[in-house]
Design a protein around this ligand. Sequence first.
Ligand SMILES: Cc1cc2nc3c(=O)[nH]c(=O)nc-3n(C[C@H](O)[C@H](O)[C@H](O)COP(=O)(O)OP(=O)(O)OC[C@H]3O[C@@H](n4cnc5c(N)ncnc54)[C@H](O)[C@@H]3O)c2cc1C
Length: 274
Amino acid sequence: MKEINAIEFEQEVLNGGKVVLDFYSSECPPCEALAPKFQNLSQLYGNDVKFLKIFRQENRELADKLGVKSSPTLLFFDGGKEIAGRLSGGIKRSDIIAHLDSMLPGDKVSSIKAQIKPSVSEFDVLILGAGPGGLTAGLYLCQARINTVLIDTGLPGGHVATTHEVSNYPGFIEPQAGYMLSHNMAEQTKMCGTIYKVAVDITSVDLEKKEVVIDEFETVRARKIIIATGTSPNLMNVPGEKELKGKGISYCATCDAKYFPGKDVVVIGEETQL
Ligand SMILES: Cc1cc2nc3c(=O)[nH]c(=O)nc-3n(C[C@H](O)[C@H](O)[C@H](O)COP(=O)(O)OP(=O)(O)OC[C@H]3O[C@@H](n4cnc5c(N)ncnc54)[C@H](O)[C@@H]3O)c2cc1C
């Protein structure tokens, strides 16, 4: 796949044709998650759409000019003009395909789809969900030399990745930024050798056959499956809830009591019998 720099941008991107441009960075887990998907799609769509990469850290001026603020960011161009709908963060294969398909005539899309070859891979253990639960299971299994794959619909980290500060994690005296804590968990489990398939669509889960199909065409089988898909807090959908999230509305009664001493607290949700 061709890598360009800011000087080549005009000739390679603005001079016409259909182009998808990936602004990436080093030490960027979402960029690492995107790379194999981007490479695979370039093989399928590469005759009709030009796939280009550009290293954001060394081409900051161009990134700033284009308003690219994070890595990875995918930009789509047709005839030298950018098409609306940039993709960034945990980019799914299906989202890229939807963009590419919208740039091509229907018969071309059908002939490209006909070339997709389904794949099958096998592991000892498959973990669904790469939050703290799944990452911990992945680390322990990997250290026991058990061939393990972690699958998540988003990026690794689960709810902790979006938590401002975690102050009750054993071993850390000072509160830890949730993002960094989950980043370190994810890196530790990956460095051990656990395989990651993240920011994917779950097409089907068959617990009898112990088989999960992701992104429509990729079958992952395992001797055992661990489900670590966590929970999502129920929202009340009342006025002000969105605005006051993290500024008074808390979703973890067991973690956050210490932040509200002497205050009136309303708990909405399941009652716990003590
Ligand atoms: C706002 C907030 C603040 C919190 N603060 C604290 C705190 O300070 N201290 C503390 O100890 N705890 C805190 N918690 C609780 C803590 O985040 C959870 O206990 C912890 O994240 C649970 O980990 P988990 O791996 O079980 O699930 P999760 O963190 O929920 O992770 C589940 C993962 O599964 C993925 N997933 C979901 N469905 C699927 C599917 N079908 N297929 C594949 N993957 C799927 C999700 O994308 C996610 O990555 C907080 C929670 C919230 C919401």
